[in-house]
Design a protein around this ligand. Structure first.
Ligand SMILES: NC(=O)c1ccc[n+]([C@@H]2O[C@H](COP(=O)([O-])OP(=O)(O)OC[C@H]3O[C@@H](n4cnc5c(N)ncnc54)[C@H](OP(=O)(O)O)[C@@H]3O)[C@@H](O)[C@H]2O)c1
Length: 255
C-alpha cells in the first residue's frame, strides 16, 4: 500500500486529505501538535478504511519538530501533503515580529525540509508526489501570510522543473492555492468572517478532489474551483495598485 504523510492532518483541509487518501487505500502518517486529536483521528480513519495509520506529534515551528517530520519523510513515503499552517491575529506591525518568524518557519522552512527529505526516495523509486498547500493569498497583498504562500508557490514551481529536468516523469511537485474554506483557520486567528459572501467559500472536499486530479495531470499550480481560477486570472489583469489596496482588506478584520 502507498503511504501518505500529511502535516496539519487533524483539522480542516489536512483532515479532508486524510479522509480522501484513506478512502483511496493509502496508509497514513498524520502529523500535528495535539497528540489526543491525532490518536482520535488515527483510530477513526484506521477503523473506517482499514488502513495503517501512524501518528507523529510535532510542532513545525520548532527545529525538533521539523527534524522529526523530515526524518519520517526520508524513511519513505509515496505522497507528502505539506498542509500545516495558520494566520496571525493581525496585520503587519500589529503582531510581534516573532510570530511572523514562526509563520515563515511553519510555512516555508518546514515545507523546504520535508520536501527535500521526501524527494530523493521518490526519485529513486521513480514515483511519488508532494502537494504544498499555499493559498490564493499568494497572488494578492496579504502581509507575511501572502508572502509566505507566494514562496510556497514559487518553490513548488521551481522544484517541479528541477526534478522534471532530471527526467523524473512520475514524481510530481505541486502547489495548491485554495480560496476561503470553512475550517478552524479563521477562528484560530480571531478573524471576523461574518461579512464574507457564501459564494466566496469552497468546500474542503472540492479542494482535495481538484488537487489530487491536478497532481495526476502534472499541473504545478492548482487553483481549486472555477470561481477562484477566474479571480486569480482577474488579479493578473487589474492594475497592481488597485489589486494591492482591495486584496489587503477583504476578510482581514480581527476580534
Ligand atoms: N481555510 C482557508 O480558508 C484556507 C485558505 C487557503 C489556504 N489555507 C491553508 O490551508 C492549510 C490548512 O489550513 P486549515 O484551514 O485546514 O486550518 P485548520 O483547520 O486551522 O487546521 C490546521 C492544522 O494544522 C495543524 N498545525 C497548526 N500549526 C502547526 C504547527 N506549528 N505544527 C504542526 N501542525 C500544526 C493543526 O493541528 P494542531 O493545532 O494540533 O497542531 C491542524 O491540524 C494552511 O496551510 C492554510 O494556510 C487555508
Amino acid at each position: 500500500m502507498p503511504t501518505a504523510l500529511i502535516t496539519g492532518a487533524t483539522a480542516g483541509i489536512g483532515a479532508a486529505f486524510a479522509r480522501r487518501l484513506a478512502a483511496d487505500g493509502f496508509d497514513l502518517v498524520l502529523l500535528a501538535r495535539d497528540t489526543a486529536r491525532l490518536e482520535a483521528a488515527a483510530a477513526d480513519l484506521g477503523g473506517r478504511y482499514r488502513v495503517r495509520v501512524e501518528t507523529l506529534t510535532a510542532d513545525l515551528s520548532t527545529d525538533a519538530g521539523i527534524d522529526a517530520a523530515a526524518a519520517r519523510a526520508a524513511a519513505g513515503v509515496d505522497l507528502v501533503v505539506n498542509n500545516a499552517g495558520f494566520a496571525n491575529k493581525g496585520t503587519f506591525l500589529n503582531v510581534p515580529v516573532t510570530d511572523e518568524q514562526t509563520m515563515l518557519k511553519v510555512h516555508c522552512e518546514a515545507v523546504l525540509r520535508i520536501t527535500s527529505a521526501a524527494l530523493p526516495g521518490m526519485l529513486e523509486r521513480g514515483r511519488g508526489g508532494v502537494i504544498n498547500v499555499a493559498s490564493v493569498a499568494a497572488f494578492l497583498a496579504r502581509g507575511t501570510y501572502g508572502a509566505s504562500k507566494a514562496w510556497v508557490v514559487a518553490f513548488s514551481r521551481g522544484v517541479a522543473q528541477d526534478i522534471a529536468a532530471q527526467g523524473a516523469k512520475n514524481v510530481r511537485v505541486m502547489a495548491v492555492c485554495p480560496g476561503f474554506v470553512h475550517t478552524e483557520f479563521h477562528d484560530r486567528a480571531g478573524m471576523k468572517m461574518d461579512g464574507m459572501p457564501e459564494f466566496m467559500w469552497i468546500p474542503q472536499d472540492l479542494v482535495v478532489d481538484e488537487a489530487l486530479r491536478d497532481l495526476r495531470h502534472g499541473v504545478t499550480v492548482s487553483v481549486p474551483s472555477a470561481r477562484y481560477k477566474a479571480l486569480v486570472a482577474l488579479a493578473r489583469m487589474v492594475p497592481p495598485s488597485l489589486l494591492e489596496r482591495t486584496s489587503s482588506r477583504a476578510g482581514r478584520n480581527y476580534d
